[in-house]
Ligand binder design. Sequence first.
Ligand SMILES: [Zn+2]
Ligand SMILES: [Zn+2]
Length: 852
Amino acid sequence: MAEEKELRYDPAAIEPKWQARWASEPKMYAAEPADCGKPKYYVLEMLPYPSGQLHMGHVRNYSIGDALARHMWMRGYNVLHPMGWDAFGLPAENAALKNNTPPREWTLSNIAAMKVQMDRLGLGYDWAREIATCLPEYYRWNQWFFLRMYEKGLVYRKKSKVNWCPECATVLANEQVVDGCCWRHDTTMVDQRDLVQWFYRITAYAQELLDGLDKLDGWPEKVRTMQRNWIGRSEGTEVDFFLEEQATREQGNEGTGTKGLGTREQGARIRVFTTRVDTIFGATSVQLAPQHALVAEFTAANAELKAQVDELLDQQKKAREAGDLGAIEKHGVPTGRFAINPYNGDRVPIWVANYILADYGTGAIMSVPGHDQRDFEFATKYGLDIRQVIRPVQDGESAELPFCSEDGVLVNSGEFDGMSCTEAQKKLQEIAAGSAFGESKVIFRLKDWGLSRQRYWGTPIPMIHCEQCGLVQVPDEQLPVLLPEQIEITQQGGSPLSRVPDFLNTTCPKCGGAAKRETDTMDTFVDSSWYFYRYTDARNDREPFHPATAQYWFPIDQYIGGVEHAILHLIYSRFWTKVMRDLGLIVNDEPARRLFTQGMVIKDGAKMSKSKGNVVSPDEMIKKYGADATRMYALFAAPPDRDLDWQEDGVAGVSRFLGRVWRLADKYAALARTGRDHEIEAPSGLSLKLLRKLHQTIAKITQDFEGRWHFNTCVAAIMELVNEVQATDGQLAAGEVAAPVVLELLRTLVLLLAPFAPYLAAELWETLGEEGGVLRAPWPQSDPDLAREDELEIPVQINGKLVAVVTVAAGADGKAIESAALADEKVQARMAGKTVAKIVVVPGKLVNLVVK
Ligand SMILES: [Zn+2]
Ligand SMILES: [Zn+2]
């Protein structure tokens, strides 16, 4: 069986051969200059953290991006398809502790290992543009941006409560706290600590970040919704309630209605934020967050109240840690003090409550139990007044309370009675503004981005603390502030850099005196906020990138990554883009025109993880089945936006399919080659049938690349095509199909395979005697005349049940289809003795007969 053996598809021989050839052509995947005359296409997969091992999630992500990049190359685009490394971060320090390997060494060797894996997969990256964010030539620009943002007031420093992970021994951003725990240590509760921290003023762009989402129609709706909720815009009114002492001194506390409106200029006030100022006549208490400044005043001379408030604080902290602040069981304590409603002079008790958050709005609210569910529950629990001040538009005066709709009319609200809610909101806002006891206000849930980390393996913050001059910027010409390489990593708290005297001690650039460097490093999300701009001009040592070059490539045409980055990376990088635009570096408002979020790769229904022992190694799959089969399976096994349950059988199946393609091409290559330079003449019969299938397949795959991205059905369509060709093996062997048609079939099959199985495509391209690489061969065009069926098979149902299939001309109208159905023998047999009550014809699709 020597011949059998020869015909074995052997990816272990084919793939390394092409890998070596491609390695000798470094320009193969290089993007061309802007003046190349081709339209540009920037396709990008999110850059990985260099852990040292690719996982299947990576393989899937990169197989999608690489298929798209190859398709666009074949479509004649100037494609930018780079790759790099998100190389700062905690695991390098942990590894250093564990193995005594310096973080830089560990990281660089991981990068090298993963690059080998990527090359083996045959991913077409422009490695001349590779970046690693841990290298000074990259992070110096993080420092440069920091200084530019500092100059613009977009960086500031303040003492604040921060999320502290005891395990990481560092600060976490709000976004890195998941259900009260560290995002890296999911069983470690996050503490709150007071620290002086650096912040990026992302809130300055809150409104623009929100508005921009409306225009990002190439992004998944899911991601846009998550960002909208994260930014969390509320429109409302801030109103000052006056502390009673001040009010009584001025004019007593008997005020009702609106007399005395806005006359209380003096004295302490409690500013509340409300989205429903129209209900303010129904306010029956004011409630403060336990951390509110006034609470400290109230408790200073009241030990009992202090103890109660401490308990509320504790409850809030626990709920925050458990991540269910929204579901906290509501508790409160009365302070014994009263506040005066500025609109009607009403005297209402001041409470402290555990569900009022110090960092949302003003940290104080007015409680309107008649028209707010949460306030209603609280008032019911503690016996506070419940007052109706809004009635439904339709149903007369009464309504079941709480009545929370804004579709209502004011009652029991003095001169505002009879106004609609919206009208009253506007009027009451105007009064507050005119009387200086309030104003209309928009607030955001989004907080400024705390970027200080007490870690070693990150970008040093380029600031100097001088006793004479205060905070001093590191001058641009002294950048980069180099991260010292020889450093002992310990588990002591605080910034490791503060224990490196050579780093810490410096001279002040302003006065020349002795000074100390900032020892915090930057959050690693800084690195990934702008890395994709650096790819456009990765070796520039004078600026982060050349503006004109970035302008040519941006925005990214297609960005691909996991949905877990919807909030962190994708909000930060949108912010960074807007800042760079305002610095005059770029002209685009958003980084990426289209975003695709692929599903996870799971195994046996669960996320792959070492602890579950269900990790499938890409290396093992490649060794057994080849890179092409592994990649193609990753695209074939599920629609790319859904989770993919990894089945080794499936990979084996794809490998067998590629083997069939390989044998088919091998068998008919000689015949096909004789068809070169001959026109296909008016095909008919079997040739026409095969060409029709071919052109239908071209149309389907082309269409999928343009929008739907159902690569699983693309691969299935290629399989169908191969099945159909193989089914005619006998006739092919007998020479019933002309050589030019065989060439057209095989050649096009290889072109269609090229984005999915690049190694096999390259091999077969050569087998067919084609010149030049398949990567730059033009993508095939579907001929609509050839693709069109001249006959259609139409299923015929009786009472919803399939009984026959009739063949009609492709353009047949309803009447013709109906007669063909009624003329069918099987249909007639089923209808014997019955009458047709109704005939439904869906032209081109279906006939249904309703028969009695
Ligand atoms: Zn942690
Ligand atoms: Zn100084």
